[in-house]
Design a protein around this ligand. Structure first.
Ligand SMILES: [Zn+2]
Length: 138
């Protein structure tokens, strides 16, 4: 499986992750599911209502509103992104719990330091297992 992102969208979410540092940032990716490829065509920044360096949560009404807005335009919620300040981009047990609510959706994690992005990784939960996605951006 692959996750395709526009270079400008990748820049937007990297900037978001650095801006939110030392807290985690979070947001949504809207686009299309195409076979083994998930294509994101829009990044929607969300506010991390937890304002925490180790967890994130977007307001449910915000997520619902964006979900509806995407649907109206023929797009789907294809991914969720967040940052890991000062730790690697692995799926934490907290991440896994949320992933279980969104099977098949791309889970993009950016590992960030104060002034740079260290690592970008994408995963998806398929049949109860975590699969790493190939991240394409060009
Ligand atoms: Zn996480």
């Amino acid at each position: 499986m692959k996750l395709k992102l526009r270079p400008s969208d990748l820049k937007t979410l990297e900037a978001h992750a650095l801006e939110a540092f030392p807290h985690e940032c979070c947001g949504l990716l809207l686009g299309h599911f195409r076979g083994d490829e998930i294509e994101a065509v829009e990044v929607v920044k969300a506010e991390n209502v937890k304002r925490s360096p180790v967890t994130f949560e977007a307001a449910p009404e915000f997520v619902y509103h964006q979900y509806r807005r995407a649907e109206e335009r023929g797009l789907e919620l294809v991914g969720i992104y967040h940052s890991h300040p000062n730790i690697a981009a692995f799926v934490s047990s907290h991440d896994f719990k949320i992933m279980e609510l969104w099977p098949g959706v791309a889970w993009l994690i950016l590992s960030v330091a104060k002034d740079r992005v260290l690592e970008r990784k994408a995963y998806a939960l398929k049949n109860g297992k975590i699969e790493e996605l190939k991240l394409l951006s060009s």
